[in-house]
Design a binder for this molecule. Structure first.
Ligand code: PLP
Ligand code: SF4
Length: 373
């Protein structure tokens, strides 16, 4: 608790917190989770998605719902189930082989010095393209026992210096429970940094309360990577949420997934990365959508991501430029992809292309070159 603030002004502060608390919980409780509610909202028939819902849950909270302007728009596509999810025969349940890379349930240890620790199975919206589609919204995957097991694994594995809390969405946990997990992690000497991956600043910014922020800022160095996919998600509410986190000294990054019909064009993506910087969020990754079962209707050609990278690099602030990466099937990990700037490699010089397509040569080993080219 923020002792000083409660001391200065105990009543109004606590009351405000309680109101905020009621705010996001009640928003979540009023989510659309069933076909009748969806039909009532859009005045359309949705019977054809019954088989989708039998397999993958739906949750569209009133805030995110309010961002939809019309049926089929980029916000709609991200959250309203599509019958194609069940028809997909190309995707894999677990393309990144996270199951095999889990030494204990709910913890993925793929790289030498960092782990992904699943601490929640709930999200503020169930995104239709989710790469953990196989597990989000299911009660059995993340439990108090798996969290305990994960903490024990991290404690005894000294090579882990970076812990990435994920899920589901860690910020859907009760603040006090999240605080307990963070306290446990901070008591482990070899854990240097903690990261939280959360879509809440985008899908339920009301969850970013002063109580949450005051709790998080006790655990620095703490980083948050959020997940905006479209400029229309950057609202005044989202700006307020990110501003509060940034004011608490939490560096904010963003991971976008490249999705057909949502953000697979350069204009949209340039606007997205520029607006992210305006709300103090630094673009971190642009991911090629993973080959997850039930998401094939979102896949885009690799070339599209490369085109988008070329449209950002040099044309706008370098701060806007994320890493474009594919996560290799079979647990190979993330690989960054870049447009080809190097056209030719010779013993004494390379030929490169700048952002406008002009060709230059540059010495391969400037210290050993006789004269400038
Ligand atoms: C993405 C990922 C990480 C973090 O990767 P960074 O490049 O450090 O952000 C760690 N572990 C797993 C299993 C991942 O998928
Ligand atoms: S918020 Fe993240 S984990 Fe949750 S459904 Fe969306 S993409 Fe998946």
């Amino acid at each position: 608790m923020d002792v000083e603030r409660s001391f200065d002004n105990p009543l109004p502060c606590r009351k405000a917190q309680q109101e905020e608390w009621r705010g996001w919980k009640s928003l979540l409780a009023r989510s659309i989770t069933s076909i009748p509610k969806l039909e009532a909202h859009f005045a359309l028939r949705f019977q054809e998605i019954a088989s989708v819902l039998a397999r993958y849950p739906m949750r569209i909270n009133p805030y995110y719902l309010s961002l939809i302007k019309k049926v089929g728009d980029p916000i709609y596509r991200q959250c309203v189930p599509d019958p194609k999810e069940i028809a997909d025969t190309r995707g894999l349940e677990d393309p990144l082989d996270e199951g095999r890379l889990s030494p204990v349930p709910g913890l993925i240890h793929r790289y030498p010095d960092r782990v992904v620790f699943l601490v929640s199975n709930q999200c503020a919206v169930y995104c239709r393209f989710c790469n953990r589609k196989r597990m989000v919204g299911r009660p059995d995957v993340v439990t108090r026992e798996t969290i305990q097991g994960g903490l024990e694994y991290i404690k005894k594995t000294c090579s882990v210096r970076d812990v990435l809390l994920s899920g589901g969405d860690p910020l859907l946990l009760d603040t006090r429970f999240l605080q307990c997990i963070l306290k446990e992690l901070r008591s482990i000497r070899h854990v240097e940094i903690i990261r939280i991956g959360t879509r809440v600043p985008c899908t339920l910014p009301q969850r970013i309360t002063s109580d949450l922020v005051n709790t998080l800022k006790c655990f620095h160095p703490l980083y948050i990577n959020t997940h905006f996919n479209h400029p229309r998600e950057i609202t005044s509410e989202a700006a307020r949420a990110c501003g509060m986190l940034a004011d608490a000294g939490i560096p904010l990054g963003n991971q976008t997934v490249l999705l057909e019909g949502v953000n697979d064009d350069t204009r949209t993506m340039v606007e997205l990365v520029q607006r992210l910087l305006q709300i103090r969020v630094r673009p971190y990754y642009l991911f090629q959508a993973d080959l997850v079962k039930g998401t094939a209707h979102f896949w885009t050609p690799i070339q599209k991501g490369l085109q988008i990278m070329a449209a950002i690099q040099g044309h706008t602030s370098g701060m806007c430029l994320p890493h474009f990466a594919v996560d290799l099937p079979g647990g190979g990990g993330k690989v960054p992809l870049l447009p080809d700037y190097v056209l030719e490699t010779r013993p004494d010089h390379i030929k490169v292309k700048n952002y406008m397509g002009r060709v230059f040569s540059y010495p391969t080993d400037p210290g050993k070159t006789q004269s400038a080219p």
